[in-house]
Design a protein around this ligand. Structure first.
Ligand code: NAD
Length: 481
């Protein structure tokens, strides 16, 4: 008697259903078709993503591309609706940038075209190194870009043949679920596979930890601040960690000050400074400090005086944590808010059109070490470029995330590049130029500094496999007698 593969599968899944769900075990208990990726139970989400992974493995790379094309199309065509939804839910950032981020990720996230194989050929035949999927990936995403991060992660992870279960930030969970629902629905309609991207609709720290510990999760990818980065590194699983940054900027005496000012405003004001790569504090050489401040004003930023900076600091930076863990942090009422709101917190009225406010501080002002994620940028006067670079290194906290210099002196660029050792090092441009937006290179919203993968691509989410043919197919070699 011939037994078909589908019969075997159905019997196996019935047996597993009877065995029932054990904690964290990758059990496929029932069909999850029609759920469009939205789950409350992590075990169910992982089982559905596993089932989808097995179906995806049977499909061609061309099918992966068609799947990704749906994600791209929805992110681009529905960016206004979904971006507005994200803005209303998270209440941080700027609407125009929420919309633009979705469109940009839909257009530019690396897809199947980034997949490649390597070959060794020689006297002993052929070895092909191929990049295989890990399986089901557990992803944690930030509130600063809830659906955009899911979009980028999904494209890269699916291009490599994985499926994903996302635990979004609780404050961006609705738009996360809605985006995932739309992606899956479109994919299911055309390709007949549901749940390639799953999302936990009611995410908590417990559901995040359930994914970290789940036996059905083969790899973890977290995008967020220090706490989640530490948790992922402790999980015992292969983890891709896109952690926090506090990108410093150095401006030396050789810089084009007008260009530097325009770049700093473009990067630091984008989405009200929510980007992890965004300019967060600026160290300027004293001989050009006053001219740099004037250039900032000419470029449209509004300067606060010392009293206003002091008032804003008192209102916008708070202390959190207990005992030795007590530290400065951005106040919720100001995080990701418009420059006009911050200015009000400084006792000043500015137009709603102003994108960025700034002011002179000394290095001990908490806006320098804190990743403020708000459009106020402190400017620190430094005696020399050496001092500016040293202070930049201190402010970056060794995250090795992003740093920026405006200079025409290659020695200064080299010194800063070497000393800060950041994943992204931008010279004479706004931060986003390092992601191919006005500079060369490609885009991702998960930049893995601590674990070293850098700007993630589909290849980040693969395992190497080697396929060797011994003694044959080296067609350049001498034929054997
Ligand atoms: P966050 O750290 O508060 O939250 C990020 C995610 O981690 C959320 O889903 C949150 O629920 C979860 N989380 C937090 N603590 C956790 C823990 N102990 N265990 C499990 N899950 C936990 O960060 P946020 O405010 O949402 O985002 C801003 C932060 O993310 C900034 O620090 C920014 O630099 C960073 N970020 C980094 C990148 C990158 O590519 N490196 C990209 C975007 C944002």
């Amino acid at each position: 008697m011939q037994i078909s593969e589908s019969l075997i599968r159905s019997v196996v899944s019935q047996v597993l259903a009877e065995v029932g769900r054990s904690n964290g075990a990758p059990v496929a208990a029932k069909s999850f078709g029609g759920r469009n990726g939205v789950f409350t139970c992590p075990d169910e989400a992982v089982a559905a993503a596993r089932d989808a992974f097995e179906q995806l493995q049977e499909r061609s790379v061309e099918d992966r591309k068609r799947i990704i094309d749906h994600i791209r199309r929805i992110s681009i065509d529905q960016c206004v609706e979904l971006g507005t939804m994200e803005m209303h839910e998270t209440k941080i950032g700027r609407l125009e940038h929420k919309i633009e981020k979705l469109k940009t990720l839909g257009e530019r996230t690396p897809g199947v075209e980034f997949m490649r194989s390597e070959v060794f050929s020689g006297d002993h035949g052929l070895a092909v190194i191929e990049h295989a999927p890990f399986g089901v990936i557990g992803a944690i995403t930030p509130v600063t870009h809830s659906l955009p991060t899911i979009t980028g992660n999904a494209v890269s992870m699916l291009a490599a043949g994985n499926t994903v279960v996302v635990n979004p930030h609780p404050s961006g969970k609705k738009v996360a679920a809605e985006g995932v629902r739309r992606f899956n629905r479109a994919i299911q309609q055309e390709l007949g596979i549901d749940n390639l991207i799953c999302v936990i609709a009611e995410p908590t720290l417990e559901t995040a930890n359930a994914l970290f510990a789940h036996r059905g999760i083969n790899m973890i990818c977290v995008t967020g601040g220090p706490a989640v980065a530490r948790a992922a590194l402790k999980s015992g699983k292969r983890a891709v960690v896109a952690g926090p940054g506090n990108p410093p900027v150095v401006v030396d005496e050789t810089a084009d000050l007008n260009s530097a000012a325009r770049c700093i405003i473009r990067g630091a004001a984008y989405d009200n400074n929510l980007l992890c790569i965004a300019e967060k504090e600026v160290f300027v050489v004293a001989t050009i400090f006053d001219r740099m401040m004037e250039a900032m004003e000419r470029a449209g930023a509004v300067r606060l005086n010392a009293r206003e900076v002091e008032t804003l600091t008192k209102n916008a930076i708070i202390q959190i944590g207990e005992g030795e863990h007590k530290h400065d942090a951005p106040a919720k009422d100001f995080l990701g808010q418009d420059a006009a709101v911050l200015a009000k917190g400084a006792g000043k009225n500015v137009s709603d059109k102003v994108e960025l406010i700034f002011g002179e501080t000394d290095v001990s002002n908490p806006f320098v070490p804190v990743e403020q994620m708000m459009p106020f940028i402190p400017f620190v006067r430094c005696k020399s470029v050496e001092e500016a670079i040293d202070r930049a290194k201190e402010a970056e906290h060794g995250f090795r995330h992003t740093s920026i210099i405006h200079s025409n002196n290659v020695k200064n660029m080299t010194r800063m590049g070497r000393l800060l050792d950041t994943t992204l090092f931008v010279k004479n441009g706004p931060c986003m130029a390092s992601l191919g937006l006005g500079g060369e290179g490609y885009l991702s919203f998960s930049i893995a500094g601590p674990t070293g993968e850098g700007v993630t691509t589909p290849l980040t989410f693969t395992r190497e496999r080697r396929c060797s043919l011994i003694d044959d197919l080296y067609i350049l070699g001498k034929p054997k007698r």
